[in-house]
Design a protein around this ligand. Structure first.
Ligand code: F6R
Length: 269
């Protein structure tokens, strides 16, 4: 796991955008896994700027979002369909037919989940998966206790996640109790994972994910098992990492061939 500690969330968002840009320029047909929530907003803002000002082209990119609330249609302002349109898709040139987000209104949840997994496979798998992390260590909506081999399926949100997400609704009562989410096993199959976390409130979850024991009690620890995960955190979110000096040292002393890249998309690092 590579840990990059940036001075501010804005620098972190730009670092993440550079990585995504590098992939999309190297592989115009890239398959991106995307997240919602507050964390990736800076990244999406940067991608929009690069599209508008620097010609970053998304026309052949395919996307798969991590999750969606059960019961919310694309026109609901708190749905992740709506969120993605507002904060990214509506402002870049991605083709609507290449956008995939789980259907929160499906009549047959198991069939929709299987079809989602099949669509990821048919697209050739996810090249880069953007992730945030919940205060309880969830990735996607894989709450503590989720199987580390899980696939796309229905999950029940914890009370903690319902409370954390009520800010997108008028009250906690309105937050759906159920979601469709890619599984931990689905996420682990992405070729590269790029997890972002900013702010003091994420410091415990980040420390557990990077330095804690691998456990379904903190699903994000599964990323320790992933061959190419980069974690981008600001100083506040890095505050409880015991080896932060080492991560800074590694980053400052990258061999020349790795310097500019942060990532190469040719092989393992
Ligand atoms: C969203 C998702 C979640 C969020 C997490 C953090 O698609 O999968 O795992 O990344 O709940 O949310 P924020 O960024 O709002 O703190």
């Amino acid at each position: 796991m590579e840990v990059i500690i940036t001075a501010t969330p804005e620098t972190g968002a730009r670092t993440a955008a550079r990585i995504v840009e590098k992939l999309v320029r190297a592989r115009p047909r890239a398959v991106l896994g995307l997240a919602t929530g507050s964390t990736p907003l800076g990244l999406y803002g940067e991608l929009i700027r690069r599209h508008r000002e620097e010609g970053l082209d998304f026309s052949r990119v395919t996307t798969f979002n991590l999750d969606e609330y059960i019961g919310l249609g694309a026109d609901h302002p708190a749905s992740y369909h709506y969120f993605m349109h507002e904060h990214l898709f509506g402002a870049i040139n991605v083709s609507p037919e290449r956008i995939h987000i789980p259907d929160g209104k499906t009549a047959d949840i198991p069939a929709a989940c299987e079809a989602y997994e099949a669509a990821i496979r048919e697209a050739g798998g996810i090249d880069l998966q953007v992730l945030g992390i919940g205060h309880d260590g969830h990735i996607g909506f894989n709450e503590p206790g989720s199987s580390l081999a899980s696939r796309t399926r229905l999950k029940t949100l914890t009370q903690k996640t319902i409370e954390a997400n009520q800010r997108f609704f008028t009250s906690a009562d309105e937050v759906p109790r159920h979601v469709i989410t890619m599984g931990v096993g689905t996420i682990l199959e992405a070729r590269v994972c790029l997890l972002l976390a900013f702010g003091e409130s994420k410091a415990d979850a980040v420390a557990a994910m990077v330095e804690g024991p691998l456990s379904a009690s903190c699903p994000a620890t599964a990323l320790q098992w992933h061959p190419r995960t980069t974690v981008i955190v600001d100083e506040a979110a890095a505050a409880r990492l015991r080896r932060s000096d080492y991560y800074r040292y590694v980053h400052a002393n990258k061999p020349a061939w790795q310097q500019d890249a942060t990532f190469s998309f040719g092989g393992h690092e």
